[in-house]
Design a protein around this ligand. Sequence first.
Ligand code: DOR
Ligand code: ZN
Length: 428
Amino acid sequence: MTTLIKGARVLGGEPADLLLEDGRIAAVGRRLSVTGADVVDADGLVALPGLVDLHTHLREPGREDAETVETGSRAAALGGYTAVHAMANTDPVADTAGVVEQVWRLGRQAGLVDVVPVGAVTVGLRGERLAELGAMADSAARVRVFSDDGHCVADPALMRRALEYVKALDGVVAQHAEEPRLTVGAQMNEGDRSARLGLTGWPAAAEEAVIARDVLLAQHVGARLHVCHVSTAGSVEILRWAKSRGVQVTAEVTPHHLLLTEALAESYDPVFKVNPPLRTDEDVQALRQGLADGTVDAVATDHAPHAVEDKESEWAQARPGMLGLEQALPVVVEALVETGLLDWAGVADRMSVRPAAIGRLDGHGRPVAPGEPANLLLLDPAARAAVDPAALASRSRNSPYAGRELPGRVVATFLRGEATVLDGKAVR
Ligand code: DOR
Ligand code: ZN
């Protein structure tokens, strides 16, 4: 199949035509013409490499009422993603070669993005003994990212052992940094506001203490550590310090932690309940700066679909988590591009290049250039629209952006030259 994209601004540069052929970008140039190609008018659109998410909850197997590999893949494609890492906290947990291969196969069947399974670090996410990391790495799913996300690998000896194993597998431990003893019953960021609202606080130190410990362990072992969803200014400082000392640590920040603050908890609307919690405006500013200067490597969605009965309850009973795939790029445009903190090359780096490198993915995070795999998206940066949860492709509705107007619309997404999204609509 041949597609000719007319007049796209690659990384925001001068308009050029892109010829996609046999899954690759065959040519980039002015006034290309080919007979028999599907033509896509990209006048005014920015072309970026297909986005790569390091942190997606697809909920299959086990909670297909909240999301499936297929519905989550469709949401991802609509968000401009061509690859997503599927978190391991499914039911059963993705802690064996069998389960990660099942998720990987479901991803291939859906065929909308490359679904890359994450393997659990510990059996059943229980934090007691290591899962079969080697078997998952050697499986058809080729797991390289291991995470107990949703839970912290709290035992330092177990964490050390996990780092030693992943080092041998060229893998990485993606840590959900939360000291469980400091967050018993926690509901929101700890501070004056939590005291006033009468909700148990989740102190910044519960995250920062684990990150500080783990960068020291990663340095000691000489292994790669990735920190999930950093949410505090102090975490950014610790990462900056660790990187300056040569520790092999990378980190991600979510769209919601780049845009939203704990003030939203005042509504007691559980759509704003998330783990780690929304923090203060100073934290948001520090996270934006950290992402802009590269201390924080990547934006990762932590897309966490929840069924209505798990989410629309009292705040204290509601599950933590919020949707992210379909609005991640618009949030980054608002928080980082429109504020002048990142240019389009910076967006491509933090949302595609670096996440692909952290996950050791082939064929993703590559430049939009001749000879490269045709994994890319077309964005209309001038479009602005209010988010309508009813219109989302996700099976769940827990978007924290409902009713909020955000800039930037993904017009098209291509996976190996095949359109998965055209005119802002999923092709399948
Ligand atoms: O808010 C969250 N939701 N944080 C997590 O760590 C897990 C996730 C989920 O699985 O719902
Ligand atoms: Zn997490």
